[in-house]
Ligand binder design. Structure first.
Ligand SMILES: N[C@@H](CCC(=O)N[C@@H](CS)C(=O)NCC(=O)O)C(=O)O
Length: 214
């Protein structure tokens, strides 16, 4: 498998953790977000959204005679990729065996990936300081505001002290660690979130997470 990847992308980081945890073989295809490669024609042919990650699966399955394409299928959206990975590589699991547990894990992962992350994405922050003319300080205030709102709720929702849900690794953990990494980069005060910090410290010591880290 080939992962269209940028080292500091939280969404790509989630998928790197998932791929490592499932023990599949993959290689990275770097897309430099700082040089706007994600918006270039070549990458838009892979993912018209112009966002990383994208995962190419089954590469090489098409013959060269069919237009010399890279072959295979391209999956986009980190959560869809992780769910696909879970369905096609069920062991070791990243979702609990019970329906209630799965709903809880998905609620936590969506809280991070659908509510916290999108308003703090690179293109949103660039729009604030570019077209809308806000200062770096205002950008940081925006980032901290939305992170604090999201993390305050998450701190109350996670089980801890080792995992977000119960006593096993799940997709919620896979989403939490990259968001915490990002929060540290933007110098968010994590003192109000001792449970999230403890979970993250534990997860970052695990092999699949350590090898995925930026
Ligand atoms: N919902 C998407 C989000 C993907 C996304 O926002 N990726 C960011 C990096 S974390 C990106 O490519 N940003 C490029 C840009 O903002 O121009 C997913 O989960 O895959």
């Amino acid at each position: 498998m080939e992962l269209y990847d940028y080292i500091r992308s939280s969404a790509a980081y989630r998928v790197r953790i998932g791929l490592n945890f499932k023990g599949v073989e993959w290689r990275t295809v770097p897309i430099n977000l700082l040089e706007a490669e994600q918006r270039g024609e070549a990458y838009r042919a892979v993912n018209p959204q112009g966002l990383v990650p994208a995962l190419r699966i089954g590469a090489g399955s098409e013959s060269d005679s069919e237009g010399g394409k890279e072959g295979g299928e391209v999956l986009t959206q980190s959560l869809a990729i992780l769910e696909w990975l879970e369905e096609t590589h069920p062991e070791p699991p990243l979702l609990p065996p019970d329906a209630l547990g799965r709903a809880r894990v998905r609620a936590l992962m969506y809280a991070v990936a659908c509510d916290i992350h999108p308003v703090n994405n690179l293109r949103v922050l660039h729009y604030l300081t570019g077209e809308l003319g806000h200062s770096e300080a205002e950008k940081l205030a925006w980032y901290h505001h939305w992170l604090h709102q999201g993390f305050a709720a998450l701190e109350l929702q996670v089980s801890g002290p080792r995992f977000c849900h119960g006593d096993a690794l799940s997709l919620a953990d896979v989403c939490l660690v990259p968001q915490m990494f990002n929060a540290r980069r933007f110098e968010l005060d994590l003192a109000p979130y001792p449970t999230l910090v403890a979970i993250c410290q534990h997860l970052e010591s695990l092999d699949a997470f350590a090898r995925a880290a930026p």
